[in-house]
Design a protein. Structure first.
Length: 132
């Protein structure tokens, strides 16, 4: 996995640099959310809403890990395992449930509004975890 680590030669070695990185992840999450939320009422948009919820959740997790642990993964592979290694079992479970919802939407049958609602609910849990 790709984990961000900071050496003494990086721009992010300072507390201010870490805050800037976290703020960038938060902004990305908020931008994605503001784009997908109006789509949730569109009957054919479930797949896009789920994908957007997944992307926003990934950014919220990066934000939460940066603010809580000063580290995050730049890759979604094994993200659940990484979160569990930090003691964040609930966040890991929410992420993995969202990832499964996303996979079903892309590779399974046609997702419906209930699937999109589930993805948005998981996103909300992840956002609350990240911002507490």
């Amino acid at each position: 996995p790709f984990m961000v680590s900071y050496s003494s030669t990086t721009d992010f070695e300072t507390e201010e640099g870490l805050r800037m990185l976290a703020v960038a992840h938060r902004k990305a999450a908020e931008d994605i959310e503001s784009t997908i939320l109006p789509l949730q009422t569109q009957p054919r948009a479930a797949r896009v809403v789920i994908e957007g919820a997944w992307g926003a959740a990934f950014q919220w997790i990066a934000f939460g890990c940066e603010t809580k642990y000063q580290q995050h993964l730049n890759n979604h592979t094994r993200l659940g395992r990484f979160l569990r290694s930090l003691g964040e079992k609930a966040a890991a479970d929410w992420w993995e449930a969202l990832d499964l919802t996303r996979q079903a939407g892309w590779y399974g049958g046609e997702p419906d509004p209930a699937d999109a609602h589930k993805a948005l609910s998981l996103l909300e849990q992840i956002r609350l975890w990240a911002t507490q």
